[in-house]
Design a protein around this ligand. Structure first.
Ligand code: C5P
Length: 230
């Protein structure tokens, strides 16, 4: 049974306010995308790293992917993250991958994920009936705001986790859950699976596995990549 990493990389990264999508921004001498691909490609259990880019992407082909023998680009990005993932899953099925293959969906914009963390996740979930996600327990006190940005309530953080990626589910069930649940509230794969009545497992992730969203995240990411122990 195959284990595939699927990297949605078709976003425009508008919150970054940069001239190019955040996955192509420079980071420690490479692009964000190259770090992410290298991290997933270094996971021995993963048979294929498949990257979903936008059909009109011109930057992917400008990078040097020599040496990555288990890498494939899928030019089928959609107009939302969920649509990009869904299209990528359909492309994998069309290429003959088994419906029950495990797929680890990982944001191209999370370049600091450690291969060991991903290997541990695969070991923890490969016999699970549902699948699961990396996540970290919420550390900060949570405030709900009213319309004038005043505190309306303090929410207990007990039992709350912050979702990360990879998110690991079986190919066809994940595809079907995304198709049936498609909408603005589906911001990750787990939320689509939850809508089918199933409960994905939470696997301890790492605070270093940050998503590059705002300009300051690039600085943090460069510090994390420079440290050997992430
Ligand atoms: O915008 P956000 O941070 O949620 O994006 C997370 C990941 O999803 C990024 O790697 C981005 O490129 C990808 N994405 C995508 N297709 C979209 C929007 C986002 O593949 N339409």
């Amino acid at each position: 049974m195959s284990i595939i990493a699927l990297l949605p990389a078709a976003g425009s990264g508008s919150r970054m306010g940069a001239a190019m999508p955040k996955q192509y921004l420079p980071l420690c001498g490479k692009t964000v995308m190259e770090h992410t691909v290298a991290a997933l490609h270094a996971v021995p259990e993963i048979d294929l790293v498949a990257v979903v880019v936008s059909p009109d992407d011109t930057r992917w082909g400008e990078l040097d992917w020599g040496g990555f023998d288990r890498l494939k680009v899928l030019r089928c990005g959609g107009d939302s993250r969920a649509a990009s993932v869904c299209n990528g899953l359909e492309a994998l099925r069309a290429e003959g991958f088994d419906a029950q293959s495990w797929v680890l969906v990982h944001d191209a914009a999370r370049p600091c994920v450690s291969p060991d963390l991903v290997s541990g996740m695969i070991a923890a979930l490969k016999d699970d009936p549902v699948g699961g996600i990396l996540a970290v327990p919420v550390a900060d006190t949570l405030k709900a705001a009213d319309a004038s940005q005043r505190i309306a309530a303090t929410r207990p953080r007990d039992g709350l986790w912050q979702a990360q990626t990879p998110q690991m589910f079986r190919l066809q069930p994940l595809h079907d859950a995304l198709v049936s649940g498609m909408g603005p509230d589906i911001t990750d794969e787990a939320s689509a699976i939850e809508k089918t009545g199933q409960s994905p497992k939470l696997i301890h992730g790492s605070p270093w596995n940050l998503k590059v969203t705002y300009p300051q995240d690039l600085h943090l990411a460069s510090l994390i990549l420079a440290s050997a122990s992430h």
